[in-house]
Design a protein around this ligand. Sequence first.
Ligand code: ADP
Length: 725
Amino acid sequence: MSPNRATQPHRPRWPRRLRQALLGLLTLALIAAAGEWAARRERQARTEALQQALQVYTLGLRGVAGRFDALPYATARYPDILALLQHPRDQALRARVNRSFEDLQGRTDSAALYLIDAQGTALAASNWNTRDSFVGQSYQRRPYFVQALQGQRSAFYGVGMTTGRPGLFIAEPVRQQGRVLGVVAVKVSLDAVEQTWSQSVDPVLLLDARGIVFLSSVPQWLYRSRRPLAPEDLRQLGEQRQYGEHADATALPWSIERRADRPDYLLHASLDGRPRSWLALDAHLPELGWTLTVTADNAEVEQARRQALVLSTLAAAVLLLAGLYWQQRERRFAEQRQARRELEQRVQERTQDLQQAHAFQKAMEDSLVVGMRARDREGRIIYVNPALCEMVGLRADELLGCTPPYPYWHPDDLDRHQRESEATLQGRVAPQGFESRVRHRDGHDVITRVYTAPLIDAEGRQQGWMSSVVDITSQKQAEARQREQALQLQRSARLASLGEMASTLAHELNQPLMALSSFALAARALAAHPPLPQGDGGALLISALDDIVAQARRAGEIVQRIRGFIRPQHSRRETCALPPLLDHVLALLQSDLQAHQVQIELHLAPDLPELRIDRVLIEQVWINLLQNALQAVQDQPPARRRIEIAVQPTEQTLEIRVRDHGPGIPPALAEQVFTPFFSTKPEGLGLGLSICRTLVEAHGGHLCLQQTDGEGACFSFTLPLTPAP
Ligand code: ADP
């Protein structure tokens, strides 16, 4: 996987908030659409049910009206009817007609059957013998009468003038030779229809041509108009007394919501103080001039809409939750993937680090000249590096797991090894380490210095001991060589002193020996000349004197030879710088200086010129002065075990000073110390300073004791920049 791809920022096409808002809007739109769809579906179903109900109600109505349709027609053709119209005062005829009407009404179950003359007065009626009898009543203004008198059959719904009860009035003109003599009317009660309707849960209405409700399952709406009536209509209504007392026909407080493409419409009205909505459907009955309206509670439609809304909201919520869950899941997976990637990367980096650290450690171990050895708390070797293997000539696998005694312990030091090992394992570790002699596999000895420290693991627990083993064999050998050199130097110094002594002796003895030789020669001459006694005695004297001469000469020659041997005629001069020479001298004295813990302080002027000197002799001067200084400070307290060496140029010379912080030299002895054989040391020869002065003077310089401020001694000598010839 490419790291670029992993870190590339994801840039959505739409901002997150906008996407959420759009999704929310879409969801809301879908929910609303689901609600609308459910409402439409329900409304459609309701409308279909309404259509069926409408058919049933229409059939019922038509059935009722149709049942009495033929009754007035047939009745109008009764001969008695015509006769009564012609002879209205014929009481017997009237009584007969009355009974016939009564009989017919009983048989046909009509509300009333009656005969009206051309003036509008009822001549006979089926209810002739009741309190509400129509007989004698005037129906002059009743529209059905007016219309029938004009020769038309008419149907009219209205409230009965006499009874005050509503009904359907069907009127048929009674003709004689084309002339209308009167009208037969039948009143049909719609009580049964009304009663059936009253059982309907939702309102069923019957409206007349003016839009006035005249039959309704809702009594409050009776005799009220669907729309405001024109004044002409109101006037007619009052005149015709169609609905009796209810002539005002106020407009119903309805609100109608209709769509052009639908037969049904919504009717909003308040019923029992509660706002209600119905789905309504109308049917026109043209033969009666009526409109039948059936309704169904629109709450069902709204409920279907609500249910659909609730269901679709629930579905949306479920989908939203599922989406959220999916998103969370995806996010979690993405986070897990990212975490895994990061972990893998970290592991990779860590592995790389470890590999590098391991490579680094291995390179370090391989390059180490110091041997490393780790042991557990029981002393078992758990780690060795190549340097240690090389030091003892054994392979790592031969060493790992070994417990004391280790195979490389020196056979002559086994007890010491054992003691040191036990001390280490018991935690008695010398911080400065200890020396240990081990035996290499090939048999040679290796001197080591071992430093040990506790081996602590990551939890801070001690697991054992880690030792570094330094091969100091060559250092030891160098020290031994240095010691040998120092001894040799001291020997040669002593030899030089002896040579000086011999030279001095020779110098001292040469004169007396020469004198002895001269005196002996003179004595011999005297003895050889008369008047010295002759004979054996004289001969012996001569011979003895000869021997003296011979011996004296011999002694002189020997002394001469020794002198010549010790002080070579030509010293070997060479151009050299003083600092390296001084380094060489200090290196020779290093072990003594260290042994007595004496500090050397150098004060060398920069850019010292080179000199033409006998290097060995000047070294000898320095060695003598430094050895004296060292012997002077070695018994002093540590703070005073210091020797300062200063070299600085003057005009013509280089001045060298060696100053110590020992007991110093009393002023009285200032010159005496340069005298040969003057020494305050039990084993001293007293020749060192004397020889030094000789050697310095041989180079054209001076050696003297300088005045100090009371602490220690300070010897100073000069060497000319231009060498003495
Ligand atoms: P020696 O071998 O006896 O030391 P030297 O000629 O080297 O012969 O010195 C002579 C004497 O000078 C010494 O015995 C010592 O008393 C004195 N002397 C020399 N150097 C010092 C010094 N740095 N401090 C004190 N006394 C010294």
